[in-house]
Design a protein around this ligand. Structure first.
Ligand code: DGP
Ligand code: NA
Ligand code: NA
Length: 213
């Protein structure tokens, strides 16, 4: 899709390990932006419903179907590519997107498997060229705080030992531009920090800051 200049919506991404509070914070942010007159939609990756790849990913996460590790990695990436044109259309139409997981989860969860030949560089390759977020909010929860939270659900990756490895993989991916928020704070404290930053990003995008890839 052709790059366009001009006012547009912001792509605000939330990343973090399972149980870090992403769902709570994405919905709080979307509601707060909406109440301030920002056109906003909440998106969630993997998209398990409106994609060709979603059904296979869902069966894999539910533990009903195994897959070759490289194949499932590529399916998660394809799931983002399937949505990328609609994502750009939404941004260019002026709608901001609050997104729960994206390519950083793609790398962190696969790299955490520590399989030969599937290092971070290999894991990153299929996502190269996807529309990049304007803000990455990383909800940071240390091992002890994560362990103290209510139990995991029954999905494939929801095991404490694996989550510790995902957390370590995220630490490797972290960039200085990320908004790193201590997820052990109160829901309201976390929300206020994110909202302040998000409003600035929304304003910059409205002023025509180009979409990165
Ligand atoms: P969620 O619905 O956001 O809780 O994500 C479901 C699970 O899938 C969660 O454990 C994180 C994991 N996940 C999300 N995106 C990817 C991805 O691109 N690759 C892999 N391997 N796992 C992912
Ligand atoms: Na989850
Ligand atoms: Na998600």
């Amino acid at each position: 899709m052709q790059q366009q200049q001009g006012p547009r919506g912001a792509f605000i991404l939330f990343e973090g390990v399972d149980r870090c509070g992403k769902s709570t914070q994405t919905s709080l942010l979307a509601k707060a932006l909406q109440s301030k007159g920002v056109a906003v939609e909440s998106w969630n990756f993997p998209d398990r419903k409106n994609t060709v790849t979603g059904h296979a990913i869902n069966e894999y996460l539910a533990g009903k179907q195994d897959h070759n590790d490289r194949a499932i990695h590529l399916l998660f990436s394809a799931n983002r590519w399937e949505k990328s044109d609609a994502l750009l259309r939404a941004l260019h139409s002026g709608t901001s997107l609050v997104v729960d997981r994206y390519a950083y989860s793609g790398v962190a969860y696969s790299a955490a498997k520590a399989l030969p030949g599937m290092d971070a560089a290999w894991c990153k390759a299929p996502d190269a060229g996807l529309p990049a977020p304007d803000l990455v909010v990383y909800l940071e929860l240390d091992n002890a705080a994560a362990a103290a939270r209510a139990g995991f659900g029954g999905e494939r990756y929801e095991k404490a030992e694996f989550q510790d490895r995902v957390r370590a993989a995220f630490q490797q991916l972290k960039e200085p531009s990320w908004l790193v928020v201590d997820a052990s704070q109160s829901v309201e404290q976390i929300h206020e920090q994110i909202l302040a930053e998000a409003l600035q990003v929304v304003r910059r995008c409205k002023e025509g800051q180009p979409i990165q890839q």
